[in-house]
Design a protein around this ligand. Structure first.
Ligand code: CU
Length: 108
């Protein structure tokens, strides 16, 4: 039941991002990526902005298996990093310092 709720929440978040069409920014705030799931068109850039006073990373893959596509360090409040996603697919990422922090970019 709970898993189903999470899946539905994710679908809604992705649908909302698709509808907005300009939601290519992710805030890193209070030890979370917000929104946690984002949808973009192929070729679009996604920018992460650190809103916390401490360092986070935006690292492609999952903690057990970083995939090396990107690995950004956001030193502190106001720092940003961005990358383009030229190829459709679903890309997961996480923070190396706080491995419960997970995010996903769906490229259509
Ligand atoms: Cu972090």
């Amino acid at each position: 039941m709970q898993l189903r709720g999470v899946a539905i929440g994710w679908a809604i978040a992705v649908a909302a991002a698709t509808a907005a069409d300009a939601a290519t920014g992710v805030n890193v705030q209070l030890f979370q990526f917000r929104p946690g799931a984002i949808a973009v068109k192929s070729g679009e850039r996604v920018t992460w902005t650190n809103q916390d006073d401490i360092e986070h990373t935006v690292t492609a893959g999952v903690p057990a298996e970083p995939d090396g596509r990107f690995d950004f360090t956001l030193d502190g409040k106001g720092t940003t990093a961005s990358t383009a996603f030229p190829t459709p697919g679903t890309y997961t990422y996480f923070c190396r310092r706080h491995q419960h922090m997970r995010g996903e970019v769906k490229v259509n």
